[in-house]
Design a protein around this ligand. Structure first.
Ligand code: LLP
Length: 430
């Protein structure tokens, strides 16, 4: 499982013992494997090499500066959706020229600062937004490079909250509307339409939606060029799925095999915005069991990570593998996949201390015997984990560490109570 593996029945991240990390930095703690991220980015670049790709890592998946710095050092680009994310990229050594700016609600000031920073292009999501970009660029005496975000109207077979490529979506524009807008854009002095953008949805596990989108994309680019737009970029968005259970997603190479030959004749450079596939399986969330409890027929394992640390199970009913950091002698090994019954296990709801019945990391989950104070690893927590964390119940957010071989670097310290109340402006006697 990537660079997380058991040795002598103990979980390691690369060459670092996870139990040592938990001892040193406390729990809950996110542990990231640097070499998994490096490998994933390399695989993406190699698989799409015939399209001269620019991999724009999607910052929303995990925006820790330590990870952004690593991506920047490898020479890859970024996909940002706010002025804040752009500031993170620039602060960590990333360059604006390799950064695409997406998002449905860019404000004038975000547009102006992205233009001045020199972003590669804006992904435009509506008529009004294009008009705003034209206006801001003209005022600044600049020309804004843009890509229209088109919805290929591919039917999502994913959770409804993470699907975006349908016609009736908040994101992008349907094909007819996009083409009408592209006509209008030919007369806009502040706009240079250099690309087309399509992001279908997230956690796509099969090749068909991409094949379908690419076919439509080729057709649309032909029409945009016929209007006189100098389209040089095909931005395929993100969305490559990962294995949460084991083996359920196609590999990056399999996606490329389908996409590359379809786009090669266009003579465009390929931009892509992968997030989950870069960092998802490069991270785990480590927690400690506090109590075990029975209620009716249910057994609850109460541990110190909660929905405020990893909200995906509560919000999307997402599945994350959970397994003890130390496997007992004679107990079951971490299964290859969680599709079937696992001998030697008991069924638990893994929950946190937050006061919501929706606070769980797993329901009816098979786990080997676990004792109070044991450490648990929740896998595939590198993407949309810490970035979606909150301080609900006045819980300080977890620490984050980045592991490189046997080196363990704290890339975000655990928050303190003072961090949490710092912005509150009330005179109190201390
Ligand atoms: N590009 C655009 C325009 C996007 O909207 C997204 C994700 C990405 C790229 C990156 O997608 P990825 O490669 O990571 O699938 N919080 C949800 C996922 C939300 C995805 C939002 N957009 C989750 O935890 O599953």
């Amino acid at each position: 499982m990537d660079h997380f593996h058991y040795r002598n029945r103990e979980l390691y991240c690369e060459e670092a013992r996870v139990a040592d990390i938990a001892e040193r930095f406390g729990t809950p703690v996110f542990v990231y494997s640097k070499n998994t991220i490096v490998r994933n980015l390399k695989t993406l670049n190699e698989a799409f090499a015939p399209l001269d790709p620019l991999v724009c890592y999607s910052v929303k998946a995990n925006s820790n500066l330590g990870i952004l710095k690593l991506v920047a050092e490898l020479g890859d680009g970024f996909d940002v959706v706010s002025g804040g994310e752009l500031a993170r990229v620039l602060r960590s050594g990333g360059v604006a020229e390799k950064t695409v700016f997406a998002g449905v609600g860019k404000t004038d000031s975000e547009i102006a600062s992205a233009l001045q920073a020199g972003v590669l292009m804006f992904n435009v999501e509506s008529e009004e937004e294009l008009a705003a970009i034209d206006r801001v660029a003209t005022t600044l005496g600049m020309v804004a490079p843009v890509a229209l975000r088109v919805n290929p109207d591919v039917d999502p077979k994913t959770h409804r909250y993470i699907s975006t490529g349908k016609k009736e979506s908040k994101f992008g524009m349907d094909i007819d509307r996009s083409l009408r807008l592209a006509e209008q854009a030919t007369g806009m002095a502040g706009i240079s339409m250099i690309g087309m953008h399509m992001h279908i949805r997230s956690q796509i596990t099969t090749v068909e939606p991409y094949a379908h989108a690419a076919d439509k994309g080729v057709e649309i680019i032909g029409k945009l060029r016929a209007m006189g737009h100098p389209i040089r970029w095909y931005n395929m968005g993100g969305g490559f799925g990962i294995a949460y259970r084991g083996g359920e997603s196609k590999s990056i190479e399999a996606f490329a095999e389908e996409i590359v030959p379809r786009l090669k004749p266009l003579g465009c450079r390929m931009a892509m915005e992968p997030g989950r596939v870069v960092v998802g399986n490069a991270g785990i969330l480590v927690s400690r069991v506090i109590y075990k409890k029975k209620s009716g027929d249910k057994r609850f394992l109460i541990q110190d990570a909660a929905m405020n640390d990893l909200i995906r199970p509560s919000l999307y009913e997402a599945f994350h593998k959970i397994w003890p950091v130390r496997m007992e002698e004679g107990g079951p090994d971490l299964p290859e996949n969680f599709e079937s019954e696992i001998p030697g296990t008991e069924t638990w709801d893994v929950v946190g201390p937050v006061c919501e019945s929706g606070d769980f990391l797993a329901k009816d989950r098979h786990l080997p015997e676990v004792h109070n104070q044991d450490l648990l690893a929740t896998f595939s927590a590198g993407a949309y984990g810490m970035v979606m964390a909150s301080n609900y119940n006045t819980r300080p957010r977890a620490a984050e560490v980045l592991v490189d071989g046997s080196e363990v670097q704290l890339v975000r310290r655990r928050e303190t109570f003072e961090d949490l109340i710092g912005p509150e402006l009330v005179a109190l006697e201390s």
